[in-house]
Design a protein around this ligand. Structure first.
Ligand code: ZN
Length: 167
């Protein structure tokens, strides 16, 4: 329980940092936070709406409204980061929202998983860059009870090493 609290505080600290940075979010740059807590893995993604639907202003046309609904439905449905099959991760929940701030807007997706075999959770593969070519890089932060990392993943690099989070 004490560990869980410590992790929650750390994750909150990471989130606060990201929220501050979001005021000046950079188009083309998404943020990903991966947290491991026991067998639970959470993946939070924050992406400028510009990179997903091509606009951030409040939608005015039916076409723009449909583009946002389609994106949110896609975020609910698909896994963008996939663990090795041997890790036995099953998605428990996913939540996707569009947040507006001033003239800008971000899609925020949070997915949680339960993984049976943490020893095999050595990396994640991602289809994000294939689906969203507007993203030029992902700033990926990871944290577990064993360690943490912070790396810039450029478009085209479809694997994220999680060894820093391993026992
Ligand atoms: Zn923006």
């Amino acid at each position: 329980m004490r560990l869980l609290t410590a992790l929650t505080v750390s994750i909150f600290a990471l989130s606060s940092h990201a929220a501050l940075a979001a005021d000046g979010h950079s188009h083309g740059a998404g943020k990903v936070q991966i947290a491991l807590d026991g067998k639970q893995m959470s993946i939070e993604i924050e992406s400028p709406a510009q990179d997903i639907v091509g606009f951030e202003a409040k939608p005015t046309t039916d076409e723009q409204k449909a583009a946002i609904e389609d994106a949110l439905a896609k975020f609910q449905q698909d896994d963008f980061f996939t663990a090795p099959a041997a890790a036995g991760c099953v998605r428990d929940n996913v939540d996707a929202e569009l947040h507006r701030h001033g003239d800008h807007a971000d899609f925020e997706i949070e997915a949680t998983y339960t993984c049976k075999n943490l020893a095999e959770l050595t990396e994640l593969s991602t289809i994000w860059f294939d689906l969203f070519p507007g993203t030029e890089e992902l700033d990926v932060e990871g944290i577990s009870e064993y360690g943490s990392f912070d790396m810039e993943v450029p478009a085209g690099q479809n694997r994220i090493d999680l060894s820093a989070l391993q026992d």
